[in-house]
Design a protein. Structure first.
Length: 112
C-alpha cells in the first residue's frame, strides 16, 4: 500500500488469481492525504499484473460533503494501481483525507 493509503479499519483488502488467470482485487481503503488523480494506491506483484492497462469505473462517496465523485481505478502492465477521475483534479483534491473507497474488481492478466 502506498504511503497515502491504508486499509479501512478491520476490512480485508486482498488480491487473488484463479486458475484461469483472472485477478480479483477487493476490500476497502482509506486515503490519508487529499486525493490526487493518477496517485498510486499500490503495486501488484509480477504474476498478478495485466498484459495491458485496465480501467474500471467506480464512485467515491464523500459523507462530509454529501456528494459523489466519479472515479476509475487503473491497473497498468507494470503493476501500478492508481486512482483516476472523470472529474477535474481540483475537484478530486477537494475531498479531504480519510475518504473511503470500496473496491471489488477483476480483470484477466492476458488479453487475447
Amino acid at each position: 500500500m502506498d504511503n497515502d493509503w491504508s486499509i479501512y479499519t478491520d476490512r480485508t483488502f486482498a488480491y487473488s488469481k484463479d486458475d484461469f488467470g483472472i485477478v480479483r482485487i477487493f476490500g476497502a481503503i482509506r486515503s490519508t492525504q487529499p486525493l490526487v488523480s493518477n496517485g498510486t494506491i499500490f503495486t501488484l506483484p509480477e504474476g498478478f499484473r495485466p498484459s495491458e492497462s485496465v480501467i474500471k469505473a467506480g464512485m467515491l462517496f464523500n459523507k462530509s460533503a454529501g456528494g459523489n465523485a466519479n472515479l476509475s481505478i487503473t491497473m497498468t502492465a507494470s503493476g501500478i494501481v492508481r486512482i483516476t477521475t472523470y472529474n477535474t483534479s481540483e475537484e478530486l483534491a477537494s475531498y479531504s483525507p480519510g475518504q473511503i473507497i470500496y473496491i471489488d474488481l477483476w480483470f484477466p492478466i492476458i488479453f487475447v
